[in-house]
Design a protein around this ligand. Structure first.
Ligand SMILES: [Zn+2]
Length: 386
């Protein structure tokens, strides 16, 4: 099949751009912009503050709202300390599999979209199709956040987004969010024999953790009744607590790393507001009674929005029609989908390859999976043109 050959050739090109999240993705973006621009697509390149990375948002079809976004992240995870059988940035084919860093996560999907793009360009599309290539997905979905802000600012209102993360071409309609925080406690050092003259940062951190654990139980009780997540509720977890120097020294400093995985958007705001109120109303007045400079500061390390399953989901309906799958599942890994959903779009995750291979040495996508993805994308063309 010609289209599969074309997809393979494009995938070889994409894999050869070593777009590890820490490095520039501009060459890949220029490559995709050239291809889509040559088809007459309206191109928007959005650079990050460093100027070394960019999103690409390219549109074919009418200049209206209500379009379909095909979205993939351009960055890949590092290969350092991994044992590969061949160069990770050179496509290798063996036994129906295409190997290379990013082959399934998620350059295979991007290659399929670029291969099908000429058909979209030639068709009389009734709704626009947008190609979205983002940066820095693997380090907190920074590019997608930039992209959705830009779409909102420019009042570009697509209706549907298909995020082509590797799901084995199954339809995924939900995943939890993933939010990471570091809370820093500043107290006052002192001698262990005179605890009233110091502010014990570790002890205040422990009280903070206790409050987190109380709220965790509340979130557990409040799990949405129809939740299909495992576990069904929003989770909170303490990952690391560092503070203190010796038995007899009052620790003046303590650092707490913790995370939350919300099953619905409001749980995050609710927990953060409750913790802020606890710090402000209960802990800080005591701490500052001894040391006015005492502080509790929470830094956001990353906040990846969840994809909340919606009862009415046009994206799911379209993908069911195109793939023949009647059911949609939920997964445990995070994607950019929640950010698109926050813009009011209906969103599913559906793409070629398996998350089992993502981030691992000898990452691959099978030709069968690419073929299934191409069939879906061709079906979409017929649906939008017919
Ligand atoms: Zn990915």
């Amino acid at each position: 099949m010609m289209l599969l050959e074309e997809t393979r050739a494009i995938l070889a090109d994409l894999i050869a751009f070593p777009t590890i999240s820490s490095d520039s993705n501009l060459e890949l973006i220029a490559y995709a912009a050239d291809r889509l621009g040559a088809l007459g697509a309206r191109i928007s390149v959005m650079r990050d503050d460093s100027g070394r990375k960019a999103n690409l948002f390219a549109t074919l079809g009418p200049d209206t709202g209500g379009g379909i976004v095909l979205s993939g992240h351009s960055d890949v995870v590092p290969v350092a300390d991994q044992e590969w059988s061949s160069d990770p940035f050179t496509l290798r084919e063996a036994e129906g599999r295409l190997y290379g860093r990013g082959s399934c996560d998620m350059k295979g999907f991007i290659a399929a979209c670029l291969a099908v793009a000429p058909r979209y360009a030639a068709a009389e599309l009734r709704r626009p199709v947008h190609f979205s290539l983002t940066y820095d997905e693997e380090v907190g979905c920074l590019g997608a956040r930039h992209l959705v802000d830009e779409l909102a600012a420019q009042d570009i209102r697509p209706a549907v987004a298909i995020i082509g993360e590797p799901t084995g071409m199954k339809i995924i309609e939900g995943h939890k969010g993933c939010c990471e925080y570091t809370t820093v406690f500043t107290g006052l050092e002192g001698h262990g024999s005179l605890p009233h003259r110091g502010v014990n940062a570790v002890e205040y951190a422990v009280r903070y953790v206790s409050r987190l654990m109380e709220l965790r139980e509340e979130l557990k009780r409040d799990a949405p009744r129809d939740s299909r997540f495992d576990p069904p509720h929003t989770t909170v977890q303490v990952g690391r607590l560092i503070g203190g120097v010796a038995h007899n020294v009052i620790p003046g400093h303590c650092v707490l790393d913790w995370e939350m995985r919300p099953v619905r958007h409001e749980d995050r705001a609710r927990l953060l507001a409750a913790m802020e109120a606890f710090a402000r109303d209960s802990l800080l007045p005591e701490m500052r009674g001894v040391a006015p400079e005492a502080a509790i500061v929470t830094h956001v390390i990353g906040e990846v929005e969840g994809l909340v399953p919606a009862s009415d989901n046009e994206a799911r309906a379209i993908l069911s029609e195109l793939t023949g799958a009647n059911d949609a599942g939920v997964v445990s890994f995070g994607t950019e989908a929640g950010l698109f959903q926050s813009l009011g779009m209906s969103v599913v995750v559906c793409g070629p390859g398996s998350i089992e291979q993502a981030h691992k040495p000898d990452e691959f996508v099978s030709l069968d999976q690419l073929d299934a993805c191409l069939a879906m994308l061709l079906g979409l063309e017929r649906k939008l043109a017919g």
